[in-house]
Design a protein around this ligand. Structure first.
Ligand code: BGC
Length: 465
């Protein structure tokens, strides 16, 4: 039976769309900031004459900031609310982008990238949380994959704008241009409603009801959702004490940590941050070739994310992940072998690029989105905020380690060995996936939680018996 209409159906749909669009814009900024450094770095190092160490720090200072931001945003988003947290994130995006564009020396650039990192850390925790609390139930699942899609579109956008500015060599414009989407986010957030779940958690039920009335089609729907929120609030979030007391919960937290370490140590961000450098190693000496090669990497990353969106609920998480690790191990392994033999002909160069792209497909169709999906599924309700804070922070710390060691690895181990190390890690992750990762396809979160807390093996917490 159709319920009582509140406001107009179209205006409520428009409101929901606007809210989701803005949260997705935060994903886009996350991607822009990850992607921008690859194309800017060669020009920055030429202008400042930087050492390898300095270059690694320019890259990884952002991940350091992001780790701190992710730790802090659990508290921030529950104390100040999701909307205010996102607002702080957006202000930091604007300030950090401008500051980095005007940085007079490598030190200031590093400081500005720590600020940008704080913004990315806050966004990477708060935006998906806000999305999952605002989006209607029917589309909640696809929202996380959509968020990952926005990250990849952001990375591609940054690669494209880097390429456009590379003709003039203006790295300051490459970094500075991100101020515009950051301002758009900031202005948009002013019009965002507070999350109804957060309002209810603060005891402000009438305001929560008002927001839901603006977002849902009928007042019955809005009321039902508020009742559900009220029900779920009876379960108090007690992450840290649960972590100390309950060894079953600890297993879920460690699994979240492991999953994020696996995602980062595939080596994906080595390519995201140092793509032009890798093209140079593969024999493409011309900067313009390197830049366009990098754009193709970004495009393949976006397109292959659709494979994951299509497979995740049909094939399931585990087979898709395993296939992804196999493809990544092959890509990195063959690339390493070619670097070992020497890349001496045009045909060999293009084959090396194909292997690089194969690796990207492997990541984007599996670990890219799936690790985020799994991390949000395995935590029991009582400890969800804590569990996701820990895994998101791990993502950034591991990301920083990868970014901060790649050039040193190339210098000390050599090109071929560096790629072989990553190939070996991807092979190892196949075993870890078989051993520890559960299949959560078509399983309700309550069911997964019951299995986890009853002590079932991690790999079985998604099974129905
Ligand atoms: C990862 C990022 C990575 C991006 C690439 C995300 O899932 O967390 O570290 O740069 O995917 O598309």
């Amino acid at each position: 039976m159709p319920g009582t209409k509140i406001g107009s159906k179209t205006s409520n749909k428009r409101m929901t769309f606007f809210v989701c669009f803005l949260a997705a814009l935060a994903g886009l900024l996350f991607g822009l900031d990850i992607g921008v450094i690859a194309g800017a770095l060669p020009f920055i190092s030429a202008e400042f004459n930087t050492t390898t160490r300095e270059q690694e720090w320019i890259v990884s200072s952002m991940m350091f900031g992001a780790a701190v931001g992710a730790i802090g945003s659990g508290w921030l988003s529950s104390y100040l609310g999701r909307k205010k947290s996102l607002m702080i994130g957006a202000v930091l995006f604007v300030v950090g982008s401008l500051w980095s564009a005007f940085a007079p020396n490598p030190e200031m650039l590093i400081v500005s990238r720590i600020l940008l990192g704080l913004a990315v850390g806050i966004a990477s925790y708060t935006a998906p949380l806000y999305l999952s609390e605002i989006a209607p139930e029917k589309i909640r699942g696809s929202m996380i994959s959509l968020y990952q899609l926005m990250i990849t579109i952001g990375i591609l956008g940054a690669f494209l704008s880097d390429t456009a500015f590379s003709y003039s060599g203006s790295w300051r414009w490459m970094l500075g241009v991100i101020t515009f989407p950051a301002l758009l986010l900031l202005v948009g957030i002013i019009f965002l409603p507070n999350s109804p779940r957060w309002l209810a958690a603060k005891g402000n039920f009438s305001e929560a009801q008002r927001v839901l009335d603006r977002l849902r089609d009928t007042s019955e729907q809005a009321k039902r959702e508020l009742d559900e929120i009220r029900e779920s609030l009876k379960i108090k979030q007690s992450g840290w004490s649960l972590f100390k007391e309950n060894s079953n919960f600890r297993r879920a937290v460690w699994l979240g940590v492991l999953l994020q370490v696996m995602q980062q140590f595939t080596g994906m961000n080595v390519i995201m941050y140092y793509a032009p450098k890798i093209f140079e190693i593969a024999g493409f000496a011309n900067t313009i070739q390197q830049m366009w090669g990098t754009v193709i990497v970004g495009l393949v990353n976006v397109l292959a994310t659709f494979i994951a969106i299509g497979l995740v609920d049909r094939w399931g998480r585990k087979p898709t992940l395993i296939l992804g690790f196999i493809v990544m191990a092959l890509g990195m392994g063959i690339l390493g072998t070619m670097l070992h033999i020497g890349i001496n002909s045009a045909a060999a160069q293009y084959f090396a690029v194909t292997m690089l792209l194969m690796f990207i497909v492997g990541f984007a169709m599996s670990a890219g989105p799936l690790i985020w999906v799994l991390c949000s599924e395995i935590q029991p309700l009582k400890g969800r905020d804590f569990g996701i804070t820990v895994s998101t922070t791990t993502n950034w710390i591991a990301n920083m380690i990868v970014g901060a060691t790649f050039l040193t690895m190339l210098n000390t181990l050599g090109n071929a060995n560096t790629f072989w190390v990553y190939a070996g890690l991807n092979l190892f992750f196949i075993l870890l996936t078989l051993w520890l990762v559960p299949e959560t396809k078509n399983m309700s979160l309550e069911h997964i939680e019951r299995n986890l807390l009853s002590g079932k093996k991690l790999r079985d917490i998604g099974s129905s018996d």
